[in-house]
Design a protein around this ligand. Structure first.
Ligand SMILES: [Zn+2]
Length: 292
């Protein structure tokens, strides 16, 4: 009898009394959130969780892709000076609209410069962004909200230097916290046939990005999980809703329906014992449905 009561209490703790998850997403650009849009949707709509988003730049360097949006916003946005002037406001509006579809609560803009495309994270961290200010604001936000998880983009060698820099800053900030650190996970998107990403072990120069202890411990959310009438719906639909709002970024729409899995990589910075908690969280997420 005593054993049954204990099991029941443990079940209630995990399923009924458990606090819904709180997640902070830290990205360099408005639209980077599309990489984990299905997961965000599931957290907010199926687990009743809270997701907030920090965006470090306003994405004004995306003016090169704004040709189709010139008619929408009645501005010659592909002219660099015009694009850099108007895109910060436009992209904030597009981002808010996209985030509404997936249930993101707060969007916090750090308003740093989006200079140009580069693979080099060093220059971004030493000469472009006000990193001290970013760290200070991030610490304040994390300590105030006590997030369970922090999602950032997986900083592979071939990804944008701004993505790498945003992830490095997020990891460094979490490392500075004396206690109540969120679990930091690196996000990547892959297709069902894709295996290339599995070779990433962390950036040589930034050991804080190491995944050497956890090279295969990726957790996944399958966007193609089907549900609804005749099982004709899936989570790619929701991802497409979000992407469609980023109209000033023409190339975003070519990614629609691409990517079957949202992968979450467990950085070595997280202590090994919290991997079980993370596995339980993704297990719960995969079993969660929209059915009330
Ligand atoms: Zn980006």
């Amino acid at each position: 009898m005593k054993r049954i009561v204990i099991i029941l209490c443990l079940w209630l703790l995990q399923n009924v009394w458990a606090q819904p998850p709180k997640v902070l997403v830290v990205n360099a650009h408005p639209d980077d959130e599309s990489g984990c849009a299905a997961t965000i949707y599931k957290i907010t709509h199926e687990l009743g969780g809270v997701v907030d988003l920090v965006v470090i730049t306003n994405g004004e360097a995306g003016y090169k892709y704004s040709l189709l949006a010139e008619n929408i916003y009645k501005q010659p946005l592909t002219r660099e000076a015009i694009g850099r002037k108007y895109l910060p406001r436009i992209r904030k509006k597009e981002l808010r609209a996209g985030c509404n579809w997936v249930g993101i609560r707060d969007i916090i803009h750090f308003n740093q410069l989006d200079t140009h495309y580069t693979l080099d994270a060093d220059t971004v961290l030493t000469a472009v962004w006000d990193v001290e200010n970013i760290r200070k604001k991030l610490i304040k936000r994390i300590q105030k909200e006590q997030y369970d998880y922090l999602f950032c983009l997986l900083p592979t060698e071939e990804t944008h230097g701004h993505h790498k820099a945003a992830t490095i800053l997020a990891l460094e900030t979490v490392q500075m916290l004396p206690q109540n650190r969120p679990i930091v996970l690196g996000v990547s998107v892959s297709g069902k046939e894709d295996t290339l990403i599995k070779t990433f072990k962390g950036l040589e120069k930034y050991t804080i990005t190491s995944l050497r202890k956890n090279p295969t411990s990726s957790f996944q959310v399958d966007r193609t999980t089907s549900f609804g009438y005749k099982n004709r719906l899936n989570y790619q639909i929701v991802v497409n809703w979000l992407i469609a709002e980023h109209k000033s970024q023409g190339t975003m729409q070519t990614y629609m329906n691409q990517g079957d899995f949202e992968n979450f990589w467990y950085f070595d910075l997280n202590t090994p014992e919290r991997k079980k908690k993370t596995a339980d969280f993704f297990d719960k997420l995969s079993r969660a449905t929209l059915v009330k």
